[in-house]
Design a protein around this ligand. Structure first.
Ligand SMILES: Nc1ncnc2c1ncn2[C@@H]1O[C@H](COP(=O)(O)OP(=O)(O)OP(=O)(O)O)[C@@H](O)[C@H]1O
Ligand SMILES: [Mg+2]
Length: 324
């Protein structure tokens, strides 16, 4: 299978690309990839493997959320024949299969505490002992772990081992969300149009200029995956040979038109008009609160909830901002 392309011209993605190259060539045995959902963590893990000296060895992809806690040991470390009744044959486990290559552990916070302890031991010693065996097995594996949750918060909540967190944190790659990558949404759109033109035997050429503005202003909670899915949907459902504004789902239009970005830009707008930082910040808060009140049909309690404030805090803030 031809290798997938990692697309993007923004400075932020340039940095990620540099970091990937360095990490790939390094001897680092543990790598952490952080990014919101759909930012390309799986793709980055694959690329790091491809660019490393391990490229000809296996790349094994494991989603920690899909293995039940009690089976984790078995699946990863394998087991000797006959150690439990169901083990008729010796199962070598995924660690063994990945030897010499890369093991990609997606959704790492889903690991149980005992699995976290085992993983830490393995990272430190590069060997492990299979259940029912008396000898250690040596392995040479690079572990790439990924998460879309703030790991430090998981540590604070007691869900993730402190020491494992620090071990993984040493070499980490942070993938920025799509909304922070400038015109990458358009570069990616071009890339996906090419891909879907081939897949669906179509010849869509570009987009109406207004589409570019919508894509630049939408906040893409599902990041690159959301953009890719949106474009595929247009390929399947629409007949025209250009991406048009009328092809964009109402959900996206509502956010882009509904003051979402006006709110976001209010503070910057005020700053660019020469207002002080304090005045610009106040203006931003006024706009944010007004939008929330409008959105709740004037109900303060609902507006407060939407803003994540108590009703008391909202009233206090409104008085301070002279909104009442
Ligand atoms: N920079 C990019 N260039 C090209 N395709 C990309 C890029 N980033 C992501 N994609 C594509 O977007 C989709 C989502 O990427 P991926 O599955 O790697 O995201 P993820 O961060 O692992 O998401 P999740 O957190 O949901 O597991 C994939 O089809 C991937 O090929
Ligand atoms: Mg993924």
């Amino acid at each position: 299978m031809p290798s997938r392309e990692f697309v993007g011209d923004s400075a932020a993605i340039g940095e990620v690309r540099n970091l990937m190259r360095r990490v790939a060539r390094s001897k680092a045995l543990a790598v952490l990839i952080y990014g919101e959902t759909g930012t390309g963590k799986g793709l980055v893990a694959e690329k790091v493997h491809e660019q490393s000296t391990r490229a000809r060895k296996p790349f094994i992809d494991v989603n920690c959320a899909s293995i039940p806690g009690d089976l984790f040991d078995q699946e990863l470390f394998g087991q000797e024949k006959g150690t439990i009744s169901s083990a008729i044959l010796r199962n070598n486990g995924l660690i063994n299969a990945a030897n010499g290559g890369t093991l990609f552990l997606d959704e790492i916070p889903e690991l149980t505490h005992s699995a976290q302890t085992k993983l830490l031991g393995l990272l430190d010693r590069q060997k492990f002992r299979r259940t029912g065996s008396v000898s250690d097995v040596e392995v040479d594996i690079r572990f790439i772990c990924a998460t879309n949750r703030i790991l430090f918060k998981e540590v604070n909540d007691g869900k993730f081992r402190n020491d494992l967190y620090f071990r993984l944190q040493v070499v980490s790659i942070n993938i920025p969300p799509l909304r922070e990558r400038g015109d990458d949404c358009l570069v990616l759109t071009e890339h996906f149009i090419k891909k879907f033109n081939t897949r669906y035997g179509r010849s869509i050429k570009g987009w109406e200029p207004a589409v570019a503005d919508i894509f630049r202003n939408f906040h893409w909670p599902g990041n690159v995956r959301e953009l890719e899915n949106l474009l595929e949907r247009i390929f399947v459902l629409e007949d025209e040979n250009q991406i048009r504004v009328k092809h964009i789902p109402p959900r996206i239009m509502r956010e882009v038109e509904g003051g979402g970005t006006a709110t976001k830009d209010a503070g910057f707008e005020a700053l660019s008009q020469g207002k002080s930082f304090l005045d610009a910040t106040n203006e931003f808060q006024v706009r944010l609160i007004s939008n929330a009140i409008e959105g709740s049909g004037g109900k303060l309690a609902e507006a407060a909830e939407a803003l994540g404030l108590s009703r008391h805090a909202l009233r206090h803030q409104m008085t301070k901002l002279k909104m009442r």
